[in-house]
Design a protein around this ligand. Structure first.
Ligand code: GTP
Length: 370
C-alpha cells in the first residue's frame, strides 16, 4: 500500500511576503541550507513511502521543473499540474483530482516541520474517516486557523485568525493533511476555493469525521523573511534535524560548523558553508551564517545572522548582519547591510552605503543601450 501512496504539494502561491526573493525564485525553491525547500519536502515524502507527488503549481513553474524534472533523480514520479489562474488551496486539489487514486497527503509548499508522515498515515488507518489534519500548539493562535476537536480527535470547528483572547484553542492547522479522495467531491470545480475557509468547515458539518493529529513537532512556515531566517537559526542550533536527502550526491562537499569547532579560519560556529566558498584573509563568517555555493567574502568583511544564496559577493570591509541576500548579490566594499534587509537576485549595493534596517532591495532594471 505504501508503495503507491501519493502526495499533492501546493506550490502555486506567489509568495508575496518573501519578495523580492520570490521575484526570481518561487517560494518552494528558496534554499534551506543550500537545498531548494521543495527538494527537502520531496525527500521527506520519499522517506515516508510516497513515490508520486503531484505539484499543483502556477507561479514560475518552469523554475521548479527545471530543477526537479520528472523526479527520477529523487527516485520519485513528479506530475506538474499548472493553474492558469490561482485556484486556492482546495481549488488546486480539485484541479488534480484526475490524478488521485487513493488516500493522499497534501502539503503546503512552505512548511518546514519534523512531522513523521508515516506515523500520520498509521493514525489515519486507525481512525478512518475522511482524513487527518496535522495540528500544532502555538502560544498565540491569532494569526492562524484554530482547529477545535473533541476527546476522540474528531474535528468540530474551524476558527480563522481569532482575536487572541477569544481563541477557542491553541491548536492550529499546520498545513499537512492526509485525505481520502471523497474529500474532492465536496470541492466545486472551476473556481477559487480555500480548503481552510470553505471545504473543511463544510465537511465538519457532515456525517463522516475528519480527525485532528496534534504533535509536538518542530514547525515553521518559512513564508516571511524573519521566519526564513529563524528556520536557519533553528537548524544551526540543532532544533531541527534536516532529513536525509533523497539525492545526497547532488549536494556533496558542504560544510557544517557547529559548537566550538572552528574547522576553517575565520568561521565562528554555528555556520553552514556551501561548495567552493572563498573567505579572504581577515574575513569572518558566523555566528549563524549560512553561505551558499561559490559565495565570496572579502578581506576584513563579516557575515553574521544572515543567509546568503549562491554566488553572493561581500567585498572587503563590508558587513552583513541579519540579512538575506539572493543569488549573485554584490555588496560593495565597506557597505553595511543590516537587520531584516532582504536583497533580491543580482542586486548591487554600492560601496560604503549603510542600508537602513528592514530594506527591500531589487536589482536596477537593465537600461537599453542605444
Ligand atoms: P503569500 O503571497 O506571501 O501569502 O504566499 P503564498 O502565495 O504562498 O500564500 P500562502 O502562504 O497562503 O500559501 C500556502 C501554500 O499554498 C503555499 O505553498 C502556496 O504555494 C500554496 N498556494 C496558495 N494559493 C495557491 C493556489 O491558488 N494554487 C496553488 N496550487 N497553490 C497555492
Amino acid at each position: 500500500m505504501e508503495g503507491c501512496l501519493q502526495a499533492v504539494v501546493l506550490v502555486g502561491g506567489e509568495g508575496t511576503r518573501l519578495r523580492p526573493l520570490t521575484y526570481g525564485t518561487p517560494k518552494p525553491m528558496v534554499p534551506i541550507c543550500g537545498v531548494p525547500f521543495l527538494e527537502r519536502t520531496l525527500s521527506r515524502l520519499k522517506y515516508a513511502g510516497v513515490d508520486e507527488a503531484i505539484l499543483a503549481a502556477g507561479y514560475l513553474p518552469a523554475a521548479i521543473r527545471h530543477h526537479l524534472g520528472d523526479g527520477s533523480r529523487l527516485g520519485m514520479r513528479l506530475t506538474y499540474v499548472i493553474e492558469d489562474e490561482p485556484l486556492g488551496t482546495a481549488g488546486a486539489l480539485k484541479n488534480v483530482a484526475d490524478h488521485i487514486r487513493g488516500p493522499f497527503f497534501v502539503l503546503n509548499g512552505d512548511v518546514l516541520t519534523s512531522l513523521d508522515l508515516s506515523a500520520m498515515l498509521a493514525y489515519h488507518r486507525e481512525k478512518g474517516g475522511l482524513g487527518v489534519l496535522h495540528l500544532i500548539r502555538v502560544e498565540d493562535p491569532s494569526a492562524f486557523g484554530c482547529v477545535v476537536h473533541d476527546a476522540d480527535g474528531r474535528v468540530t470547528a474551524f476558527v480563522e485568525k481569532p482575536p487572541r483572547a477569544e481563541a477557542p484553542t491553541d491548536e492550529i492547522n499546520a498545513g499537512t493533511y492526509l485525505l481520502e479522495p471523497a474529500v474532492l467531491d465536496a470541492v466545486p470545480a472551476g473556481r477559487i476555493v480555500s480548503i481552510e475557509r470553505e471545504t473543511f468547515p463544510q465537511l465538519v458539518a457532515g456525517p463522516i469525521p475528519l480527525y485532528a493529529y496534534t504533535t509536538e513537532d518542530y514547525w515553521i512556515d518559512i513564508g516571511r523573511p524573519e521566519h526564513y531566517l529563524q528556520a536557519h537559526r533553528d537548524i544551526l542550533d540543532g532544533r531541527l534535524r534536516l532529513e536525509p536527502l533523497a539525492d545526497p550526491q547532488a549536494h556533496r562537499g558542504r560544510m557544517w560548523l557547529r559548537g566550538d569547532l572552528d574547522l576553517q579560519q575565520g568561521v565562528q560556529p554555528p555556520a553552514y558553508l556551501g561548495d567552493d566558498v572563498e573567505l579572504a584573509p581577515g574575513a569572518t563568517v558566523g555566528p549563524y551564517a549560512v553561505v551558499g555555493d561559490h559565495a565570496r567574502v572579502g578581506v576584513e568583511a563579516s557575515v553574521s545572522n544572515s543567509v546568503l544564496w549562491a554566488g553572493a559577493v561581500v567585498e572587503a570591509g563590508a558587513r552583513v548582519d541579519g540579512a538575506i541576500l539572493a543569488n549573485n548579490v554584490r555588496v560593495g566594499h565597506g557597505a553595511n547591510v543590516l537587520t531584516g534587509t532582504v536583497v533580491g537576485h543580482d542586486a548591487q549595493i554600492e560601496a560604503d552605503v549603510v542600508v537602513p534596517p528592514h530594506s527591500r532591495i531589487v536589482a536596477e532594471p537593465a537600461v537599453a543601450q542605444t
